[in-house]
Design a protein around this ligand. Structure first.
Ligand code: NAD
Ligand code: WQD
Length: 341
């Protein structure tokens, strides 16, 4: 049984991935500083899987604590690195915090991997690296566009740092996973997304509005060059996304990939507009969702969706879950968190 260290394993995508790893037979060690998660997520993971994974509460930027963790849990076969700060708007206000956590974090991680002879890494990247692409759907050969936020910059920098480290040392392999828009919650409603404060992302705002916590959803723009005028994204179910990490891990550990570094887009291949998502949510849940059209949000792109055929071909992975089911899972989770029957 391979032992996988998961940084940020109590966060939104990390916790769902930990569940899939455990259910696929991996031993998991979670590292998280709880800066954007709760320790109670461990209970949800245990309740779903019947396994309580090892958990170390520490900051990955704390070299001594992280080294102690690696010594304690030796021997680690691979790392999945989710731990990062992820709010685009906040990154503009607090750019140095973002560079410190995300960029210093990956340097620290790669250095400790070398010191501890850990040879495999999966990194959480983002479709944000593509900006507004020249053609759709976006495949992995599409050029990266200049980042429009410090957050986006950190993802590009981390990709470059991993690539350069592999070129320098040739002693490990990595897979960069570029996620599109992850949404939804585990079907058990025992884990899900836990945004702090007012959500920036669409689906948590939708579910909080449906729960009566927000008065109405603001739809940012209906004057885009799209069929209904609202912006288009590729919304991918977080459980499907989590399963892709298991496939990527199997590939890394089997060394099936001859290349030292590989990049995969993880999306559904379907573009969905904001207004389509709102209507699908209402149909899926039977809940009326008050919304109004407002101006565009600064920095938003018009339309983005993935070509994930490389992941399908090489990892044997596709995102299968219908959007109605995904939005119902998000609503079930919100109801559970709010105590709504
Ligand atoms: P999240 O905030 O829910 O999870 C990140 C976890 O990392 C949190 O539990 C947080 O407490 C922890 N963490 C942060 N900094 C840490 C540090 N220095 N040391 C230890 N733990 C630390 O975020 P998420 O949505 O699960 O995202 C996971 C990864 O995927 C991030 O790297 C993010 O940039 C990337 N990503 C997310 C999205 C998205 O829309 N959610 C899209 C593309 C890429
Ligand atoms: C989706 C659509 C909004 C809220 C972000 C990051 C990206 C990646 C995924 C990490 C857009 C519209 C939203 C609202 C709205 N994360 N919207 N009303 O901006 O596509 O991507 O998350 O890597 O880097 O930028 O996701 O969920 O914020 O927005 O109309 O209240 O919903 O304008 O068209 P986005 P989102």
């Amino acid at each position: 049984m391979a032992k996988i260290l998961v940084t940020g394993g109590l966060g939104y995508i990390g916790s769902h991935t930990v569940v899939e790893l455990i259910q696929s037979g991996y031993e998991v060690v979670i590292v998280d500083n709880l800066s954007n998660s709760e320790k109670t997520v461990l209970d949800g993971i245990e309740s779903i899987t019947g396994v309580l994974p090892a958990f170390e509460e520490l900051d990955i930027c704390d070299e001594k604590a992280f080294q102690n963790c690696m010594t304690k849990h030796a021997k680690i076969d691979a790392i999945i690195h989710f731990a990062a700060s992820k709010a685009v708007g906040e990154s503009i206000e607090k750019s140095l915090d973002y560079y410190r956590n995300n960029v210093f974090g990956i340097i620290q991680l790669l250095s400790l991997m070398r010191n501890n002879n850990i040879k495999h890494l999966i990194f959480s990247s983002s479709c944000t690296v593509y900006g507004q692409p020249d053609k759709l759907p976006i495949d992995e050969t599409a050029p990266r566009k200049p980042a429009t936020s410090p957050y986006g910059n950190t993802k590009q920098m981390c990709e470059d740092i991993i690539t350069d480290a592999i070129t320098s040392y040739h002693d490990f392999t990595a897979i960069l996973l570029r996620y599109f828009n992850p949404i939804g919650a585990h079907p058990s409603a025992k884990i899900g997304e836990l945004p702090k404060g007012v959500p920036n992302n669409l689906v948590p705002y939708v579910t909080q509005t449906a729960a009566g916590i927000r008065k109405e959803l603001s739809v940012f723009g209906d004057d885009y060059n799209t069929p209904d005028g609202s912006a288009i994204r590729d919304y991918i179910y977080v459980v499907d996304l989590a399963k892709a990490h298991v496939k990527a891990m199997q590939r890394l550990l089997a060394c099936e990939n001859k290349k030292e570094i590989e990049i995969f887009n993880l999306g559904t291949g379907n573009g969905v507009s904001v207004l389509e998502l709102v209507k699908t949510f209402m149909n899926a849940t039977g809940v009326n969702l008050p919304y109004k059209i407002v101006g565009r949000r600064a920095g938003d792109t018009e339309e983005v969706w993935a070509d994930s055929s490389f992941a399908e071909k090489e990892l044997g992975w596709t995102a299968k879950t219908p959007l109605t089911e995904v939005l119902a899972s998000a609503w079930n989770w919100e109801k559970k968190v709010r105590g709504i029957k």
